[in-house]
Write a protein that binds this ligand. Structure first.
Ligand code: ACO
Length: 379
């Protein structure tokens, strides 16, 4: 038995993404995340992840056109959303509606690569619509028909705001955040998606499995916990005492630590910079200043670095995005990576079925229910 949690276990071969936890490097299909964050767009990165190369102009046009024209979701899904309890968590709604989409997808049960690419395009285009729609529906607002122009990031902000044109800085900031979150090797949600795909179940099922795993606070759910913590602290003056109390209670500081990175998470450096810049643009760097102070203290006291979820919280907050949409936005981006991994799994599939080391009892004799003693507690 290893260290637990499959730490350091290599469970698949993949050409999609490399994570170097010692050097703090993240590579998508050979390209450094710093280069991609600086120069590319989310749509280009989607192409890179699915097809293994950066697109030509023509390839990019074809993919973006397909992504733009597949943004609508079936009316039945919208009707169902309107029936959901208004306090349903956005991740619950996303999990349920993505699963629901398969019932309306003509390719749902077709597992050849072309059909799976079509489904990957539809799902990538539809996830932002689902996330924005739930925020509109729960707030009793009219839904906004997705536009067939603009980037995925621009259209998402447009729908979320109820139909207002987003500003360029917000669109660019979200686009970079989407690039940074797009893939990360065998993280928990991608592994879940690959395990599901390896049974040769359909793309929607595999993506739903990914969403379920992303929701947890040890994974994608951490970004929402970070903003809760920042809001609870309230001001720079309270950071130290708040952290002291957390340390006393041995509570984890959300947005810190990583299973693979033992140094700075390369995604965090971009998000830190964006957090500061967005603060300066708003004329109030409070959330950045607090985050930066938390980083200094957690580094000094615990030796832990911020991960992708830490500074993304203040970035999304300054973009005016509702707090409980942070993890769904992670899903909007990671959808591209999940799809890439599901396609890769299907292309060279073998059922993923590890073993467990049995540590329970053996050779117990069956006792009739009337004769059982209840001296030990049920487990
Ligand atoms: N705050 C305080 N202490 C921490 C933190 C943290 N954020 N992270 C790890 N530690 C401590 C643990 O308490 C443990 O200490 P111990 O050995 O004294 O018990 C030690 O560091 C090792 O931690 P593990 O939880 O065993 O490390 P693991 O590799 O299993 O976990 C994880 C990695 C889940 C990311 C962890 O660091 C954590 O819980 N962080 C907070 C949640 C978070 O930010 N998740 C997002 C990760 S990035 C992503 O999924 C997109």
């Amino acid at each position: 038995m290893g260290k637990g949690g499959l730490e350091d276990v290599v469970a698949a071969e993949s050409a999609i993404c490399a994570v170097d936890g010692t050097e703090g490097r993240l590579i998508y299909h050979g390209y450094d995340i710093h280069d991609l964050a600086e120069h590319s767009t989310f749509e280009e990165v989607i192409h890179l992840l699915w097809y293994g190369h950066l697109p030509s102009k023509e390839e990019l046009n074809t993919l973006t056109k397909a992504l733009k024209t597949n943004r609508r979701v079936p009316d039945d899904v919208i009707k169902a959303m309107k029936q959901f309890p208004k306090d349903a968590l956005p991740m619950e709604v996303l999990r349920t509606t993505v699963s629901m989409l398969s019932m309306y997808d003509a390719d749902a049960e077709d597992n050849n690569r072309e059909a799976n690419i079509r489904k990957a395009i539809r799902l990538t285009a539809q996830l932002p619509t689902l996330v924005a729609y739930w925020d509109l529906v729960r707030n009793g607002k009219e839904i906004v028909i997705p536009r067939e122009d603009g980037s995925l990031a621009a259209n998402f902000l447009y729908m979320l705001s109820g139909g207002k044109e987003p500003d360029e800085v917000s669109v660019k900031s979200l686009d970079i955040a989407l690039i940074l979150h797009a893939d990360h090797e065998l993280n928990a949600s991608t592994f879940a998606a690959r395990v599901a795909a390896a049974t040769l179940t359909d793309m929607h099922s595999a993506i739903t499995a990914g969403i379920c795993a992303l929701k947890g606070p040890l994974h994608g759910g951490a970004n929402q916990e970070v903003i809760k913590m920042l809001i609870a602290m309230g001001s720079l003056a309270n950071v130290e005492s708040h952290l002291d109390k957390m340390f006393e209670k041995h509570e984890k500081v959300m947005g810190f630590g990583h299973r693979v990175y033992k140094t700075e998470d390369p995604r965090a450096s971009h998000l830190r910079k964006m957090s500061e810049e967005l603060g300066k643009r708003a004329g109030d760097t409070k959330w950045f200043d607090m985050s930066y102070k938390i980083e200094q203290i957690v580094k000094a006291d615990k030796g832990l670095n911020p991960n992708v979820d830490f500074y993304s919280a203040s970035v999304y907050y300054m973009l005016g995005i509702p707090n409980d949409l942070y993890t769904p936005i992670f899903a909007v981006s990671r959808m591209s990576g999940w799809a890439a991994h599901v396609l890769e799994q299907y292309a060279n599939n073998r059922l993923i079925r590890p073993r467990a080391e049995y540590i329970g009892e053996m050779d117990l004799k069956y006792v009739d229910i009337d004769k059982r003693s209840f001296s030990h507690s049920a487990t």
